[in-house]
Design a protein around this ligand. Structure first.
Ligand code: IMP
Ligand code: MG
Length: 180
């Protein structure tokens, strides 16, 4: 099927929200003496992480977790697959999980439970996008940049079947109907 991408948030709008978000985080973690572990959930959050971490004024260390509950489809399958585990031991660490989108909430509920079992000190979740109307489980991110309706999003790191991650803006993936 042919698709096109309708821009929703331009790069400049995203940067504005990141400045607001980072100033909140900078005050929350102001007193932290040891590095906060930023755990980016691959692959969708890699650009969000890169932009966000450069606005943080407290010490951080960065790790990646490969987790996916989506195949090459636009509907969540619900099954969590860990495709890449953390390199760090997070026992007694302050962890800030960096996610692209919270949709049904299933992925992060499972990811958070798994991380908590490792005995971390504190876990908070920051997401670029939140689709609260799509929740299937009771899950609340601690911080989010944009709350959106039930759109299928691509760009700024986020994919559809591995495509569109490179777009510098956040857009809505739309099927071409053939009408012009
Ligand atoms: P959840 O388990 O339904 O909350 O799924 C969250 C994960 O599904 C996100 O981290 C994304 O990787 C993916 N996902 C959810 N909505 C979208 C979307 O609109 N576009 C692309 N990926 C999405
Ligand atoms: Mg994700």
């Amino acid at each position: 099927m042919q698709h096109h991408v309708e821009p929703l948030f331009q790069g400049s709008k995203i940067q504005e929200e990141l400045v607001k978000l980072s100033s909140k985080l900078n005050s929350v973690y102001k007193e932290s003496t040891e590095p906060v572990i930023l755990v980016a959930v691959l692959k969708g959050s890699f650009i969000f992480l890169a932009d966000l971490c450069r606005l943080l004024t407290f010490p951080v260390q960065i790790d990646f977790l490969g987790a996916s509950s989506y195949g090459n489809s636009t509907e969540s399958s619900g099954a969590l697959k860990i495709t890449k585990d953390l390199a760090f031991d997070i026992q007694n660490k302050n962890v800030l999980l960096v996610e692209d989108i919270v949709d049904t909430g299933v992925t992060l509920t499972k990811v958070c439970a798994m991380l908590r079992e490792r005995g971390l000190k504190d876990l908070k979740v920051v997401t670029l996008l939140d689709k609260p109307s799509k929740r299937k489980v009771d899950f609340q991110p601690d911080y989010s940049c944009f709350a959106i309706e039930d759109f299928f999003i691509v760009g700024y790191g986020i994919d559809y079947a591995e495509n569109y991650r490179e777009l510098p803006y956040i857009g809505i993936l739309q099927a071409n109907t053939g009408e012009k």
